[in-house]
Design a protein around this ligand. Structure first.
Ligand code: GTP
Ligand code: SPV
Ligand code: MN
Length: 590
């Protein structure tokens, strides 16, 4: 039975039913009873496997098809009426052409299947900053994941109300999981997302990247706010004051880890603590006080499993110990639990790998897919911020950009002002990871970590950043860049990273409060090496920090050439402020 009187929702669901022709339609109310039924159903049809109820209560294991393990950027489209509105960094197709092509593929695709109608809210229920979506899908994996990642169920329809038409329409079908017919299509001008032939996270949990970034970035441009690929954390000092920081790193470059950071002992003793508000997406608006405020639109974490362990990220690991869905990890048959590379040094002897094959690690192959994931409720996280559900969000003091760079980028630097900070974000580059299909380890430009997620022309997006800065004036957050991934001649990471990133965060927050010194370099302000606290670190000396902060002018001159080339793609939509910043950098490099 329909759960809403909203005629816009009812008419759209009718249209989707007429197109896909499911045997049955189930409206998801979010009740415990309905979820228990769905879990049982999902297990009975083999989509999920139940895990050890004592060790991992409420947890489930899922394996995707072998050809369907990550986002597919080559098959992701922004369908705006005018091609130039999608910009040079997005795949584009005319909406009418794409709808016509996809309609043929969706026609009758749910025959013999059930359609689930999922109402969900991105952001705290009752917040003016939140937005509602409705996803129809033929996958129980999607329903059970959406239950963790969003505020799902009847509350979302209450938030929408009976009259509003402001909801994002998401259509998903697994179809036959055919790689060559996989499409992830955003129609920003229609508030619509059509996804077909995938059953993997970012392609099918339509509230996440498709809505909360691609559609929302377009909405934000038109409505005067921002949707960003950023974690949000609160850093509490010994006096109990909390400062909030947002950070944008590309996929699999450390957002979840930084968001859940546990400070090193020397900081913990003094009373420092980090609180997690979000680990992947931030929606940012200017508050009544003129400052920038952030909410996390999500309700859970879709985190990278490999490398997560008691040392690197105990908070993430703790979050996965109940009511979690594991995707593409190793199934330990001895005690019906899960394992992944980097969890501990005891791979299970009697196990099944992510492909569903018997596996015992002796052949040298990886048991878990490098992009295997956990979906965990935010409320499981031991350091979840008391402000997590605050409808106002949290005020942001600093914005941090970063990526994986073996050489060029120093450990940390600060931009001279907002527009220079927008420049710093726009020239971000990072080595690619397993979070998207394609080659891994290739350096590519990834402005603001939004290359795969910006729902409109990247030049207009940069202009929007510049305009937001004008509105914020002297209340604008300070902008920084970090790089945890510089390597030595043997390719080892020099900086210990993880909890020790606190040492860099401290300098960042102190800079925001005018409490720390800096030296000017051609690329921006840097700490004096002795101002990064290395107390308690074994292998790091002030000299190592000096090295990590070094700016190689020759590498940066090469970099400037690369930026020219990249900027050239944006034509007259490149804001003049940014080309001026590039000239300025070149003149400072000499
Ligand atoms: P998405 O969920 O794809 O957006 O990724 P993310 O940005 O949240 O990345 P995550 O925190 O899951 O980290 C991805 C990988 O980077 C993991 O293998 C981590 O072990 C590794 N990593 C995270 N932080 C650090 C760090 O400070 N230093 C080093 N060397 N590796 C890190
Ligand atoms: C990312 O790739 O940035 C992720 C995972 O957070 S996904 O949901 O697949 O986009
Ligand atoms: Mn992400």
């Amino acid at each position: 039975m329909a759960l809403t009187n909203n005629k816009n929702v009812l008419a759209w669901v009718d249209e989707m039913v007429a197109l896909t022709k499911p045997d049955k339609v189930v409206w998801i109310d979010g009740s415990k009873e309905q979820l228990a039924e769905l879990r049982a159903l999902s297990i009975s049809i083999g989509e999920m496997e139940p895990l050890n109820e004592e060790k991992l209560p409420g947890c489930l294991l899922h394996r995707t098809a072998i050809n369907d393990v990550a986002r597919v950027e080559g098959r992701t489209f922004i369908c705006t009426r005018k091609k130039e509105d999608a910009g040079p960094t997005n795949n584009w197709e005319d909406p009418e052409v794409m709808y016509a092509k996809l309609r043929k593929m969706y026609d009758g695709v749910m025959k013999g299947r059930t359609m689930y109608v999922i109402p969900y809210c991105m952001g705290p229920i009752g917040s003016k900053l939140s937005k509602v979506g409705v996803e129809v899908t033929d996958s129980t994996y999607v329903v059970l994941n959406m239950n963790i990642m969003t505020r799902m169920g009847i509350d979302a329809f209450n938030q929408l109300g009976d009259e509003s038409n402001d909801f994002v329409r998401g259509l998903h079908s697994k179809a036959d999981i055919e790689e060559e017919n996989r499409y992830i299509c955003q129609f920003p001008e229609d508030n619509a997302i059509w996804s077909i032939n995938s059953g993997y996270g970012g392609n099918v949990l339509l509230g996440k990247k498709c809505f909360a970034l691609r559609i929302a970035s377009f909405q934000g441009k038109n409505e005067g706010w921002m949707a960003e690929h950023m974690l949000i954390l609160g850093l509490e000092n010994p006096q109990g004051e909390v400062k909030y920081v947002c950070a944008a790193f590309p996929s699999a470059c450390g957002k979840t880890n930084l968001a859940m950071l546990i400070p090193p002992e020397v900081y913990r003793e003094k009373g420092y603590k980090v609180w997690t508000v979000g680990d992947d997406i931030a929606w940012l608006r200017i508050g009544d006080d003129g400052r920038l405020w952030a909410i996390n639109p999500e309700n859970g974490f879709f985190g990278v499993a490999p490398g997560t362990n008691v040392k690197s990220n105990p908070n993430a690991l703790a979050s996965t110990q109940r009511d979690t869905i594991f995707t593409n990890v190793v199934h330990n048959l001895d005690d019906n639990t899960v394992w992944w590379e980097g969890l501990d040094k005891n791979p299970p002897k009697h196990a099944v790998n992510w492909k569903g094959e018997p596996w015992d690690c002796t052949d040298g192959s990886k048991g878990a897919h490098p992009n295997s994931r956990f979906t965990s409720p935010a409320e499981n996280c031991p350091c979840i911020s008391p402000e997590f559900n605050n409808p106002q969000g949290v005020p942001i003091s600093a914005i941090v950009f970063g990526g994986r760079r073996a050489k060029t980028a120093p450990l940390v630097y600060q931009s001279r002002d907002w527009n220079h900070g927008v420049f710093v974000g726009s020239i971000m580059a990072s080595e690619t990871t397993a979070a998207a299909t394609g080659a891994v380890g290739v350096v590519r430009r990834d402005p603001m970590a939004m290359l795969p997620f910006c729902g409109y022309h990247m030049g207009d997006y940069w202009q929007h950043w510049i305009d937001m800065g004008k509105r914020l004036g002297d209340k604008a957050p300070k902008i920084f860049n970090v790089n945890w991934f510089r390597t030595d001649d043997e390719g080892h990471f020099i900086w210990p990273g993880f909890g020790d990133n606190m040492r860099v965060l401290e300098w960042i927050v102190n800079r925001c409060e005018g409490k720390a010194d800096a030296v000017e370099t051609p690329i921006g302000f840097e700490p004096k090496p002795e101002d990064i606290n290395i107390e308690g670190l074994e292998d790091i000396t002030v000299e190592t920090v000096r090295d990590l902060l070094s700016v190689d002018k020759n590498l940066w001159k090469e970099e400037a050439k690369g930026i020219h080339e990249f900027y050239g793609r944006f034509g007259d939509r490149l804001p003049k402020e940014l080309s001026d910043e590039l000239s300025n950098l070149e003149s400072k490099l000499g």
